[in-house]
Design a protein around this ligand. Sequence first.
Ligand code: ZN
Length: 117
Amino acid sequence: MVDSGRFRRLLEDEKQQKLELLAALSSDITSVNRARQDSNVDDEHDPEGSTIAFELSQASALLEQSKRGLAQIDAALERIAAGSYGLCAVCGAVIPEGRLEARPWTPVCVEHASGRA
Ligand SMILES: [Zn+2]
């Protein structure tokens, strides 16, 4: 049986960091968008515009990634609450603590991770 209290703290720390990152990214995106509207930049023809568009797409990608990470963390916290934390969602095997320490949000064992978690 894993010490779920310890992992809950890890997950909650991780969640806090993700929430802060999400807030920072959202305000970045908002301010870049506002700056773009103010300057009325033509994305396609103005070199400045394409830089801004690139920054926006980078920030949006990071935002999406963080949202997915947050969803995984929330799901892991739910598994802790449900008492199924630390068991592979595919085969039900106990996930080694070393793996949980590296990726406390993972829902599967190494064998079933297939590169996704
Ligand atoms: Zn498995």
